[in-house]
Structures are given as structure tokens and as C-alpha cells.
Design a protein around this ligand. Structure first.
Ligand SMILES: Cc1ncc(COP(=O)(O)O)c(C=O)c1O
Length: 393
């Protein structure tokens, strides 16, 4: 790191870089790697969505626009949630954001100050920890455990981790990297706890459509009233294969409107209207495509599970949602750095990219995360290579 010629905030200097990106960057120097490390698939955004963006650009939709998103998109999101969950949202509870990550950051900015803490269910996509640290807060981790039945959260442990400086609890359901879906009785108990303790609940539901044993994952929106302290984060990235667009949204409590709108003004001053026009199209005309994409992911998941099931040294934690699986390789152990070293060797020697479980916080030790949102052909190649690598190592 270069020493700077000016004084900077230690909180930012000390932020930990992503271990997923560490391994991913190594892959740039290795030709022909099958990368299953990052949280996205191998498909570009489908044509009708791209065409809608091009049309909107040609029509001159290039000006500053509404902070919380164009009214057509907010209305489309209201209709979308009604059709998924039979809930009636109002436009003042919706903010279109410049990605799911941006929605998370805005919420964290509105809740966390120096000395506050946020309790996070882990293992989980680690950017939420960094968002809290940027604000001078403390991310607290409550680890789930995995076994042959899936992942399990001890709610008492989660509640015990909260204190008088806890401003929020963050839970991703379905989860990344686990694919865990929070059971209904836990969702109800958590919401009750947050109500009583006046703690905000951040429900990250960006994988809500990627579920293989139900039409849609359950949402906290089905339980919460407009005045409950519940923020739901969502994104166009995963469901519509739009990771590079950086488009997302949040549903917030009625009382958060002014604060979130202010924060949008001072972060991005609102999103791109031509991208938002394409998002309207994705939501209103995209259902057939989403069905196809979910079926493709399910087929990828089943292929990977079948191949891994005959690899003696591998144990997989089953999951019915998201597009990830967490696996353990015998002898890998839970030592600091073991999974990262394994992933680095696997890239160079085996030409397969996985992410180390340690990248996702407590509970991820000893695991490797695999993203199966790829064609069956590529997944088969990855599995052949992984099997060959295990045999040699
Ligand atoms: C759990 C979770 N939340 C939020 C995001 C952010 O998605 P994006 O910023 O691409 O909208 C991701 C991306 O991997 C994620 O896995």
C-alpha cells in the first residue's frame, strides 16, 4: 500500500479486501479457467431488456430524474410485489437504487453511527460488514451451522448478540453463500424481537426468485406492516442477469422516506432513467425469462450435486435456493487461510475457480462456495477438472 501525502480515515485504510476478489484476480493470469467463484452467471442480459434501454436512450431519457426512481418503475414494483406476495405497497415505501449494494449502504448510512453495531447472520456476502465499518460501526457475526439437512440458525444466539447499541439486524434469506431460507417461525420471532427492541431489520431478499422447491421465497413483506422497522433489499442483478447494470431497490418503513430520499440525493442524486425504463420492461415482461433462468439454475444445481455426491472426499450442505452450494473437502480443516490456499491452488493447477468460505465471515471456515449459474456443459467441465484435481492432491 502506498503511504498517502494526506491524512485519511483509519476506518477506510483498515477495511479488509474481499477474498473472493483475491482468488478471482489470480484467474486473470490463468487461461481457460472455469470460474464458479463470483455471484453471477455466464449469460449476458437478455435482448428485450437491452433493447428497452437502447430505445430509452434514443428517446433522450438522459436527464436527472426522480430521486427514488421514475414513477413507472415504482408502480411496476408495486404491481410486482402484489403478484408475488399479495401485498399492497405504496409508492412512498419504494426507492429505486443504484444496485442492491447501494440500497444496503443507504440503509446503513441511515442507521449506523460511530459505536453502534449491526448483528449479521453469517456466513454471508461480506459487503454488509464493510458498509457498517465505513460508518464507524461494529458488525457482529452470528454463525449458522451446516449439516446434512442444510443450514441452521440459533435465534437465541442472535438475540443474545444484541445490546443497547444494536441499531439493526441483517439477514439474507435466501442466503449467499448458503442458500438457506429462514423458516417462518424464525421470521415471525425475529420480527417480534425487532418490534419490541426498536431495532431495524434489514432483510436482504435479492435471491427471492431463485428457489427450486417453491414458486418464490417467503418475504418479510408478507409479515410486516408499513410501520414496522423492516427494510427489504432487492436487486435486478440476479433474477434478470443484470449484474453489470447496477440496479436495485428497497422497500422501507413509511417513516424512513425523508431520510432515504436525502441520502440518495447526497450519494447518487438518483439513478439513470434509461436503465430504469429497461427495468420496467424486465419486471413487466420478464416472467417467462425468469422461469427459464430458474429452471436452468436448478438443472445446474442438480448436475453439480450429482457429480459431487460421488466424490468421496467432498461433503455438500444441501440448499434449495440462491445459486450457490457450500462444500467441504476432507482434510481441508478450518485453519485460517486453508480454504483460500486451496482455492488458489485449484485455480492454477485445476483451472476451476471457487470462493473460499472464509470470505463470508464466521461459520464459513473450512468451506468452499460454488456458483452453479452456468451452462451444464461448463459445469461438467468444472466437475471433471475438480475431480481430477482432488485425485492428484
Ligand atoms: C446477499 C447479497 N445481497 C446483495 C448483493 C448485491 O447485489 P447487487 O449490488 O449486484 O445488486 C449480493 C451480490 O452478490 C448478494 O449476494
Amino acid at each position: 500500500m502506498n503511504a498517502s501525502s494526506y491524512q485519511t480515515r483509519p476506518a477506510i485504510e483498515n477495511l479488509q479486501d474481499s477474498q473472493i476478489v483475491d482468488v478471482w484476480k489470480m484467474g486473470f493470469t490463468v487461461p481457460d479457467v472455469v470460474g464458479l467463484w463470483v455471484g453471477e452467471g455466464d449469460l449476458p442480459t437478455t435482448k428485450f431488456i437491452c433493447d428497452a434501454a437502447a430505445e430509452a436512450l434514443a428517446e433522450g431519457k438522459t436527464f436527472y430524474t426522480y430521486k427514488r426512481g421514475i414513477p413507472e418503475l415504482r408502480q411496476a414494483l408495486i404491481d410486482y410485489h402484489r403478484s408475488l406476495y399479495n401485498v399492497e405497497l405504496t409508492e412512498d415505501r419504494i426507492a429505486v437504487t443504484s444496485s442492491g449494494m447501494n440500497a444496503m449502504m443507504l440503509i446503513v448510512q441511515s442507521l449506523i453511527g460511530a459505536g453502534d453495531n449491526m448483528v449479521c447472520v453469517t456466513p454471508v456476502w461480506p459487503n454488509i460488514f464493510r458498509a457498517v465499518e465505513i460508518m464507524g460501526g461494529e458488525p457482529r457475526q452470528v454463525a449458522m451451522t451446516g449439516d446434512g439437512d442444510g443450514w441452521h440458525l440459533d435465534l437465541d444466539k442472535l438475540f443474545a448478540a444484541c445490546d443497547g447499541r444494536t441499531r439493526a439486524i441483517y439477514v439474507a434469506t435466501p442466503g449467499n453463500p448458503t442458500g438457506w431460507v429462514m423458516p417462518e417461525e424464525q421470521r415471525r420471532a425475529l420480527l417480534d424481537f425487532c418490534r419490541k427492541r426498536r431495532i431495524a431489520l434489514i432483510a436482504d431478499e435479492v435471491y427471492n426468485r431463485l428457489i427450486y422447491n417453491k414458486p418464490v421465497a417467503p418475504s418479510f413483506l408478507e409479515l410486516a406492516t408499513p410501520d414496522d422497522p423492516v427494510f427489504v433489499v432487492n436487486s435486478f442483478s440476479k433474477t434478470w442477469a443484470m449484474t453489470g447494470w447496477r440496479m436495485g431497490w428497497m422497500v422501507m418503513p413509511r417513516s424512513a422516506l425523508t431520510q432515504i430520499e436525502r441520502l440518495i440525493e447526497f450519494n447518487t442524486s438518483g439513478g439513470q432513467p434509461f436503465l430504469q425504463a429497461a427495468c420496467v420492461k424486465a419486471i413487466t415482461d420478464g416472467e417467462e425469462w425468469v422461469k427459464w433462468m430458474v429452471a436452468r439454475c436448478k438443472s445446474g444445481r442438480d448436475l453439480v450435486l450429482e457429480r459431487l455426491s460421488v466424490m468421496n472426499r467432498v461433503r455438500v450442505i444441501p440448499a434449495d435456493a440462491s445459486f450457490y452450494l457450500m462444500l467441504q473437502v476432507e482434510e481441508l480443516g478450518k485453519d485460517e487461510g486453508a480454504a483460500l490456499d486451496f482455492c488458489k491452488r485449484l485455480v492454477v493447477e485445476g483451472k476451476v475457480g471457487l470462493a473460499p468460505g472464509t470470505a463470508f465471515g464466521a461459520g464459513g471456515e473450512g468451506y468452499l462456495r460454488l456458483c452453479y449459474a452456468q451452462s451444464n456443459d461448463r459445469l461438467s467441465v468444472a466437475m471433471d477438472r475438480f475431480e481430477g484435481f482432488l485425485r492428484k492432491s
